[in-house]
Write a protein that binds this ligand. Structure first.
Ligand SMILES: [Zn+2]
Length: 382
C-alpha cells in the first residue's frame, strides 16, 4: 500500500473480481478501520486451483515501539478467508511474534572505514546510518588515522515463527575513537515516536550544517592519500576539498535559500545557500546542478543540490566546500556549528535509563578497553 492507494484498488490490481472485493472489504472491516490503512501494509491474495480468490493476508508493518528499552514486539497479521461452512468470507486476526538480537560490533580502521566494517560483517545500510549520524562530527575523509576504532550496536529483528530476518540491523549506538578521543551517540525514540541521536549529555548529534555534504558511502576515507592541489591554489584556498567520484550527489549542508546558482569563474558550476543571517555554504566544481537548485528556492538539509564534477579551475573530480560565517570563509572542519536541537528535559530521565539498560546488556569488549586485539562480533540475546 502506497500513498493514495485504497484496499479496493489494490485488490483489483491483484486480480480479485468486484464481488470478491466487496465481500473481502466487508469481512475485514470487522477487524480494522479500512479508511486508516497504514502505508507499507502488504496484501497477499490466495487463489485456488480454478483461480477463484479464496484468501487474503494483510501484513501490517511492525507495531510502533516506544523506545530503546522495549524490545518485545509483534507483527499483526490479518486474514480474510472464504469458507463454505461459514457461508462466505470471514476474517481473523493473529499476532506474529518477533525476536530481537543486539549485535555489538567494532574494529580498528586499517585503511578505510568501509573495508574495516565489512570485515566484521556490518550490514551496509547500518554502516550508512552510522556515517550519517557521525557525519556532523567527523570528516571521514580526513580525520581517520591508523589505530582509530569504531563500534556499533545494532538490533536485528527476526520473525520468530519463520526465522526470516525482518530488519538486518537498526543502529542504536554509534561510537568512534579518533586519535584517542571518543565520540559516541545513542539513539533515542521520543514519546511521539520521533528518532533522534544524542551524546551522553543530551546534545544532539545533528548540527545545523553538515561538515561533509556528500554521501558518506562514496568517501574513500583512506588516510595518507591527498589530492595534489592546483599550483598556487592552496595559498588561496578558502574551503575544503572532498575527493569523490564524478557524479556523487552533493547535499545541502543545511536548510536554507539558494542565493547563487550557475557558472562562477574558477569555481565552475557553483551554488551558494543562505541558511540564516549568519551562515552560508558554497559548493563548487559541480558537473551538474540539480534542477531544484534555482535561485530563491528553499532547500532542506540533505536535499541533493548537484553532482560532483571538475568544472572551473580543477584538476580532477572533487567537491570544493565552503562555510561562511558573516560572509567570511572559515575552516569547515573546525568551525563551531550550532546543534540542531537538545534533548527535551522531560525525556532526559528516560534517555539516561535506556543508556544504562543498553550498557547492562552489552559486554565489555576488548574494544572498550582499547586493546589492540580485533573485536569479535558478539550477538547477545536479550
Ligand atoms: Zn577547493
Amino acid at each position: 500500500m502506497a500513498k493514495g492507494d485504497t484496499l479496493a484498488k489494490l485488490l483489483a490490481r491483484g486480480g480479485a473480481p468486484a464481488q470478491a472485493r466487496s465481500a473481502i472489504s466487508k469481512a475485514l472491516a470487522v477487524q480494522m478501520d479500512l479508511r486508516r490503512l497504514q502505508i507499507g501494509t502488504k496484501f497477499t491474495l490466495g487463489f485456488d486451483s480454478d483461480e477463484t480468490v479464496t484468501a487474503l493476508q494483510v501484513h501490517v508493518p511492525r507495531l510502533k515501539r516506544s523506545g530503546l528499552s522495549r524490545r518485545e514486539g509483534a507483527y499483526l497479521d490479518l486474514f480474510a478467508l472464504k469458507s463454505e461452512e461459514l457461508g462466505g468470507w470471514i476474517s481473523l486476526k493473529a499476532l506474529r511474534p518477533l525476536s530481537s538480537q543486539l549485535v555489538q560490533s567494532g574494529n580498528f580502521i586499517d585503511y578505510s572505514l568501509y573495508r574495516s566494517a565489512s570485515q566484521v560483517k556490518i550490514p551496509p545500510p547500518t554502516l550508512d546510518e552510522f556515517v550519517r549520524v557521525m557525519g556532523f562530527s567527523v570528516d571521514f575523509q580526513r580525520q581517520i588515522r591508523q589505530n582509530d576504532q569504531f563500534e556499533l550496536i545494532y538490533e536485528k529483528t527476526v520473525d520468530a515463527l519463520t526465522g526470516n530476518e525482518l530488519s538486518s540491523g537498526e543502529l542504536i549506538y554509534a561510537g568512534i575513537i579518533l586519535s584517542g578521543n571518543k565520540i559516541e551517540f545513542f539513539r533515542h525514540v521520543s514519546a511521539t515516536g520521533k528518532t533522534s541521536w544524542y551524546d551522553r549529555n543530551g546534545n544532539s548529534a545533528v548540527r545545523t550544517l553538515m561538515r561533509t555534504p556528500v554521501n558518506g558511502a562514496r568517501l574513500s576515507s583512506g588516510f595518507g592519500v591527498r589530492r595534489h592541489p592546483v599550483t598556487g591554489f592552496s595559498a588561496m584556498h578558502r574551503g575544503i576539498d572532498f575527493a569523490v567520484p564524478k557524479g556523487t550527489p552533493i547535499l545541502a549542508a543545511g536548510s536554507g535559500v539558494i542565493e547563487s546558482s550557475g557558472w562562477n569563474g574558477n569555481y565552475g558550476k557553483y551554488i551558494r545557500i543562505r541558511h540564516d543571517s549568519t551562515y552560508k555554504t558554497a559548493y563548487a566544481h559541480m558537473s551538474r546542478i540539480a534542477s531544484r537548485a534555482v535561485v530563491g528556492r528553499y532547500v532542506e538539509q540533505g536535499d541533493v543540490i548537484g553532482f560532483v564534477g571538475s568544472t572551473g579551475r580543477s584538476t580532477g573530480p572533487h567537491l570544493h566546500y565552503e562555510i561562511m560565517v558573516n560572509n567570511r570563509q572559515l575552516n569547515p572542519l573546525t568551525v563551531q556549528l550550532p546543534t540542531a536541537e537538545e534533548l527535551p528535559d522531560a525525556e532526559r530521565e528516560d534517555f539516561l535509563a535506556s543508556i544504562a539498560l543498553l550498557e547492562s546488556q552489552i559486554s565489555d569488549t576488548p574494544f572498550r578497553s582499547h586493546s589492540k586485539k580485533a573485536v569479535e562480533q558478539a550477538a547477545l540475546d536479550k
